[in-house]
Design a protein around this ligand. Structure first.
Ligand code: SAM
Length: 220
């Protein structure tokens, strides 16, 4: 039996965010996280999210009896995640660009959605848009820096899954973010392939779909 390469998930979250976060709801859904955590890890495994956001990965992974670790740059979001999970010390309020500075176990599975950048954006996504950026190519290289470090912590044969979409703009050419990230990370990990995620009722950035990009830690 072949694995389906287009999957449909509801984009409606079971857990509602507190009022202060609702306008920035960048979460993927619990069902999406559950599907891939179950596919690529087992009970007791270490699941890691370098861009933890509002903690969907950590919450779902804990519910599935995985050891869930994550890093989140934004302090308010980090505090919110801690209020939602059992093992609060496993969520680091920090910067994934310095991932190896933190005391983390080796990973059995990595699942994440990075902060997005449109190619004409001025702000730096890796400071949660709080400082001036250095351009789109620099952003892609920074994501590579994060995944170089992730790769060193991934167990041989383990997988990393990145949820990301391309971005349409009204007045400019689209940003092929998903494809650029696939190319960048293929320099670091082995690209296994993509699943198209059809989001119901819709997604964002001019699309109804995004991509689950799958990578594997292999000897290179
Ligand atoms: C797309 S969101 C992730 C949402 C998450 N998948 C969820 O369901 O809640 C990306 C997150 O990365 C965080 N972030 C940005 N730069 C970071 C960095 N350098 N280190 C760690 N987290 C960072 C942002 O603050 C944002 O919350």
């Amino acid at each position: 039996m072949t694995t389906k390469t287009v999957l449909t998930f509801s984009n409606i979250h079971k857990a509602e965010l507190p009022e202060e976060f609702r306008k920035d709801d960048v979460r993927y859904s619990e069902d999406f996280a559950k599907h891939f955590i179950e596919m690529f890890s087992a009970k007791g495994d270490v699941v890691f999210d370098p861009f933890a956001g509002f903690g969907t990965t950590l919450k779902v992974a804990e519910q599935l009896d995985r050891e869930a670790y994550g890093i989140e740059f934004d302090e308010k979001r980090a505090n919110y995640i801690r209020s939602q999970i059992e093992h609060q010390d496993r969520l680091i309020h920090g910067d994934s660009l310095n991932l190896l500075d933190y005391d983390l176990p080796d990973f059995d599975f990595v699942i994440t959605s990075p902060p997005y950048m449109e190619r004409h954006h001025k702000e730096n996504p890796f400071t949660a848009y709080s400082t001036e950026g250095h351009g789109y190519q620099h952003y892609l290289a920074d994501l590579g820096t994060v995944f170089e470090q992730i790769s060193m912590k991934m167990k041989p044969g383990s997988h990393a899954l990145v949820e990301v979409s391309n971005l349409k703009h009204e007045d400019a050419r689209p940003t092929p973010l998903a494809w650029d990230i696939a190319t960048e990370l293929s320099e670091i990990l082995t690209f296994v392939g993509e699943t198209i995620i059809n989001w119901e009722p819709t997604y964002s950035f001019g699309y109804d779909h995004s991509y689950a990009l799958l990578f594997k830690k292999t000897e290179r």
